[in-house]
Write a protein that binds this ligand. Structure first.
Ligand SMILES: C[S@@+](CC[C@H](N)C(=O)[O-])C[C@H]1O[C@@H](n2cnc3c(N)ncnc32)[C@H](O)[C@@H]1O
Length: 217
């Protein structure tokens, strides 16, 4: 309870200092986190590789950690050093998290600069793509698919109706940017989407998109 409050305060502080990359006023709810990890929760007994992008204070990480088994690999890529400190502290001091510490590695850098040697079975992303330039969204989302193994699942969330509303209320450069992002994301969803969840119990409410690469990709 105290930790959750501290994390909310830390998140809000980062929202004020770095709105563009933090993207929200509060960490994700447990309902959103559960949806983000629902395909991971159905994993088989073989070892898996999991990548979380933009873990923030760790609400989704909280659901990933108990789903891991000995022999798995869990990488996290987080840009913000304040969030990295919070996550590191959790892996040192929280009993559930310390059990997974030997499998877990936090990489402090932008996802665009992350070049792992192997691909992942699950890529789980909390990036606020609607805040980014369209070229960066194209780069990051194509990276999502480069990072996935054939048959791998990508889960990401986006706040509901942000693009449809912004497309109507904005003009000029901003309208062009949001329309291009919408086209990019629709293209990926048309090709690979396997499910979409509506999460109303989150601030703000969100859609969780689940996409899967084909086995022969
Ligand atoms: C909307 S918050 C989500 C945080 C957390 N996953 C949650 O659900 O509460 C976005 C997170 O992505 C991180 N982030 C933004 N751009 C990034 C990038 N290019 N590479 C890695 N992390 C990034 C931010 O620092 C922040 O932690």
């Amino acid at each position: 309870m105290l930790r959750s409050l501290k994390n909310q305060v830390a998140f809000f502080r980062q929202f004020r200092q770095r709105f563009e990359t933090t993207g929200s006023i509060a960490p994700s709810s447990r309902f959103l986190a559960k949806s983000m990890t629902r395909f991971l929760a159905k994993r088989g007994s073989e070892s898996i590789r999991v990548l979380e992008i933009g873990p923030g204070t760790g609400p989704v990480t909280e659901k990933i950690v108990p789903a891991l088994c000995a022999g798995d690999v869990f990488d996290m890529v987080e840009l913000n050093e304040s969030f990295v400190e919070i996550l590191e502290d959790r892996f040192k001091n929280d009993a559930t998290w310390t059990a997974a510490a030997s499998m877990a590695k936090i990489h402090q850098l932008p996802i665009q600069e992350f070049h792992p040697e192997q691909k992942y079975d699950f890529v789980i992303s909390g990036l606020p793509l609607n805040n980014f330039p369209a070229e960066l969204v194209a780069e990051i989302t194509s990276k999502y698919f480069q990072l996935l193994k054939p048959g791998g699942v990508l889960s990401y969330f986006e706040y509901m109706y942000v693009r449809p509303i912004r497309k109507v209320v904005t003009r000029g450069v901003e309208k062009t940017r949001i329309t291009r992002i919408d086209d990019i994301m629709k293209g990926h969803c048309d090709s690979y989407r396997i499910a979409r969840d509506n999460i109303w119990l989150n601030i703000p409410p969100a859609w969780v998109q689940h996409l899967q690469l084909s086995e022969d990709a």
